[in-house]
Design a protein. Structure first.
Length: 219
């Protein structure tokens, strides 16, 4: 088994270990609303990690991201993610809408912990429906491009623990871009004046580093 296959298998095992949490929360939450509080916990954890490790949370710690990578990937056409979904207007719009909705719901149901928990479950269910449609049409990680947690993690974690690129070794085979789960293109940073791949969406999964035949990338 190659180093790339070994790394990919280990990542999948990690994702499966957290992916099982997702159906428990999204289904169980309708019967036991307090499970909905798992969502704000994930939000805080993801953003906290981003300050030191970028979007590492989104790689395999995130139950929904892991579930989509491990399960939905099999039924997705894995097409190119439209640039509009990664654009700042889309990110800000989605962040504003979702944060506004959940804020209104919390105020509306305060201080009932069960109704507030149910509001989080409803939000998770609706956004998962959107994510599923986009995954079936385009790619499993489309939602991750403008997920509020992902967007904030992108902004605060950009440049943290970056993939390093040796321009003298890179021959632009583009294999790194093909294996990236969120379609970051490391080879585009091939420039003698650039030493790091500064893309806030990088999940720090390391797949590009082990897939590179020239060993031009390091994490």
């Amino acid at each position: 088994m190659s180093e790339f296959q070994t790394t990919k298998k280990r990542r999948l095992i990690k994702q499966i270990s957290t992916a099982v949490i997702f159906p428990i929360v999204i289904v169980g939450g309708w019967f036991y609303p307090l499970l909905g509080y798992f969502i704000p916990i994930c939000m805080i954890a993801g953003i906290t990690i981003a300050f030191s490790r970028g979007r590492k949370w989104c790689d395999w710690y995130c139950p929904r991201g892991s579930f989509f990578d491990a399960a939905i990937m099999r039924i997705s056409p894995n097409k190119q993610i439209p640039a509009a979904f990664k654009g700042l207007p889309t990110r800000i719009t989605m962040l504003t809408v979702l944060m506004s909705v959940i804020t209104v719901q919390i105020i509306r149901f305060w201080p009932d912990p069960y109704k507030i928990g149910k509001a989080f479950v409803v939000l998770l269910t609706v956004t998962t429906g959107i994510a599923l449609v986009l995954a079936i049409i385009y790619h499993p990680r489309v939602w991750c491009c403008f997920c509020p947690i992902g967007s904030i993690s992108n902004w605060v974690g950009k440049g943290k623990r970056p993939v390093k690129i040796d321009s003298s070794l890179c021959n632009e085979c583009k294999l790194c871009g093909k294996v990236c789960p969120i379609q970051v293109l490391p080879y585009k940073y091939k420039d003698k004046s650039v030493k790091n791949v500064i893309d806030g969406d990088c999940l720090k999964c390391g797949l590009c580093t082990v897939a590179c035949p020239q060993k031009a990338l390091k994490l």
